[in-house]
Design a protein around this ligand. Structure first.
Ligand SMILES: *[C@@H]1O[C@H](CO)[C@@H](O)[C@H](O)[C@H]1NC(C)=O
Ligand SMILES: *[C@@H]1O[C@H](CO)[C@@H](O)[C@H](O)[C@H]1NC(C)=O
Ligand SMILES: *[C@@H]1O[C@H](CO)[C@@H](O)[C@H](O)[C@H]1NC(C)=O
Ligand SMILES: *[C@@H]1O[C@H](CO)[C@@H](O)[C@H](O)[C@H]1NC(C)=O
Length: 518
């Protein structure tokens, strides 16, 4: 009641001696962050004796912040209690004394998307302006997955979540050409954030590097890129009739010497004549030129599951730690050229029939070089004892990557893929995407994607480990650290784009209040 009378009074005796100034454009800020909504009076004048009222649309008498009689009054609208203060709009600002009445708002929620009125009133004049606050959320780095189509093209899908408002999706090829999306869909979760899924079909002659970019109207974006070295099997039933398709994301300038040509497994090929033998010179040059963005391990860890080894079905020549997480060969066995001991298998106690699951395995102990012999993947069966590699095929329910000492790295696919991985992985990440039929391997320390096996899983599959023989180090299953959102990284990824007007984070609130003494 009282405030209405005050307004009427002021309206009558309007004689504007100062003007309230705010930015013309809406202010955008990320959910959860702190924003400073700039507002000041012009010409500059000491505002300490004025009334400063920040309120939302028609909530004049229920302000977000009210400064009066030289201090902040404890009358905030409930959702704003403890979250607002007066702040400096820039480092150069002289603060209240210079007429800077900017609002600092912390812990932003989607409900804060609104228009805020900055109202300043003196003895004989007042003025007010409106600032629109837009809340945004920058989603996860897009995850791209390829799937071969019958017509020789590849269907690449791109998924990302945690966006607000609804983002847009665009596809481009390595030469910057826009690729037409085959379809895009958005869905909204209970947390009000948007998930996006888009796909596009490309032929390998069209593009080697495909990029999926998800962006907000603020210009902020996240991009995922996929370097496709599609290998056409010589299988006469047609290129994509082959069960497998391999994807390689090369990121290291020098480290990636991986040729992805489906060679028939060649017994003679040793690790000493690696890349050049496998990669044609031209391929190698192209591979090493294309620097692709690193994998975000934190994103993968969102799918982390705890894995333990099933003691009951452990091969008798293996030794398992009490916590069922560390396994090694127990024989005093030296590698004698007998070939990889495929029978030395350990099975995860956890089995999956859908969804995405991620686990990490340590392959290097302190002060020892990374393991030379290991086999890691997934398996349909809960146990087996065969020594015969030719029995361990995907159609028989095995999918793995094997490190076989001087024989290098190879998959068990038909035909196998031989890889040369430099440096040797010290920590391997495994992502099983059951529904998409993908098994991906990552070098965790280097944040690199190594290889994805595309297949079709049926029934339940579980983790498969084999520590080989003759290595000092065991295979150790790790407990993945809880994923953390890295603000620094988010900023870096969108550095080319206009930053939303936000913060300065460092500036302290000029005046803050808490209702501790209320
Ligand atoms: C905060 O509000 C209380 C009234 O609840 C007041 O006594 C106190 O001075 C205020 N603090 C500041 C820093 O303005
Ligand atoms: C491509 O894959 C998506 C699922 O990721 C699917 O919805 C779409 O129909 C596929 N397109 C073709 C042409 O198969
Ligand atoms: C509240 O603010 C006063 C100064 O205004 C400070 O002394 C006090 O520690 C604060 N209380 C809390 C709980 O932050
Ligand atoms: C504000 O802070 C005080 C003390 O810090 C706390 O007791 C009170 O519950 C807080 N109010 C809200 C709405 O969070």
């Amino acid at each position: 009641m009282l405030s209405i009378i005050v307004v009427v009074n002021l309206l009558i005796e309007t004689s504007v001696s100062f003007t309230v100034v705010v930015p013309g454009d809406p202010i955008a800020a990320h959910v959860g962050s702190t924003v400073i909504v700039p507002c000041w009076i012009s010409p500059p004048e000491n505002a300490e004796a004025l009334e400063i009222r920040w309120y939302r649309h028609d909530q004049f008498s229920n302000p977000v912040l009210l400064y009066n009689h030289g201090k902040i009054q404890d009358v905030q609208e409930e959702p704003y209690r403890n979250r607002t203060s007066l702040a400096l709009r820039s480092d150069q600002s002289g603060g209240l004394k210079d007429g800077d009445v900017s609002l600092r708002l912390e812990k932003l929620t989607f409900q804060d998307e609104d228009s805020f009125h900055c109202y300043v009133s003196g003895e004989s004049s007042y003025d007010s302006r409106e600032v629109v606050l837009k809340i945004t959320a920058l989603g996860s780095a897009p995850v791209l997955f390829p799937k071969p189509l019958d017509d020789g093209r590849v269907n690449i899908s791109c998924r990302s979540s945690g966006w607000y408002p609804k983002p847009s999706v665009s596809w481009t090829s390595d030469d910057g050409r826009a690729l037409r999306p085959g379809g895009s869909s958005h869905s909204r979760g209970a947390d009000e954030m948007f998930s996006v899924h888009s796909w596009t079909a490309v032929s390998l002659s069209d593009a080697q590097l495909v990029s999926c970019s998800i962006s907000l109207r603020t210009g902020e974006l996240k991009e995922g890129r996929l370097n496709i070295q599609g290998i056409v099997s010589s299988d006469s039933s047609g290129p994509w009739k082959a069960l497998f398709f391999f994807v390689l994301t090369c990121a290291l300038l020098f480290g990636c010497l991986v040729g992805l040509i489906l060679y028939k497994y060649r017994e003679k090929l040793t690790g000493n004549k690696p890349a050049k033998e496998i990669c044609e010179e031209e391929t190698l040059e192209r591979l090493t030129k294309e620097v692709v963005g690193d994998i975000n391990i934190e994103e993968l860890r969102k799918h982390a599951v705890e894995i333990t080894i099933d003691r009951e079905h452990l091969h008798p020549d293996l030794k398992l730690s009490k916590d069922c997480k560390t396994v090694r060969d127990s024989k005093d066995y030296h590698h004698t050229g007998e070939g990889f001991p495929f029978q030395f298998c350990a099975f995860g106690a956890q089995r999956f029939t859908s969804g995405r699951h991620y686990w990490e395995v340590e392959l290097a102990q302190t002060n020892t070089p990374p393991k030379n012999y290991w086999l890691i993947g997934v398996v349909k069966h809960g146990h087996f004892t065969t020594r015969d590699r030719s029995a361990l095929t995907p159609s028989a329910g095995f999918w793995f990557l094997c490190s076989d000492g001087p024989h290098g790295f190879y998959t068990n696919t038909e035909p196998p893929v031989k890889l040369s991985l430099t440096p040797r992985p010290e920590r391997l990440g495994v992502l099983l995407d059951y529904d998409e039929g993908l098994l991906s391997f990552y070098n965790v320390k280097e944040s690199k994607h190594l290889l994805t096996i595309s297949s079709r899983f049926s029934g339940s599959v579980g983790p498969l480990f084999n520590p080989g023989a003759g290595d000092l180090s065991p295979i150790m299953i790790l407990d993945c650290p809880e994923p953390v959102e890295s603000a620094v990284e988010l900023a870096a990824e969108s550095s080319d784009n206009p930053e939303p007007v936000e913060l300065p984070q460092s500036s302290q609130p000029l005046l803050s209040n808490n209702s501790s003494d209320a």
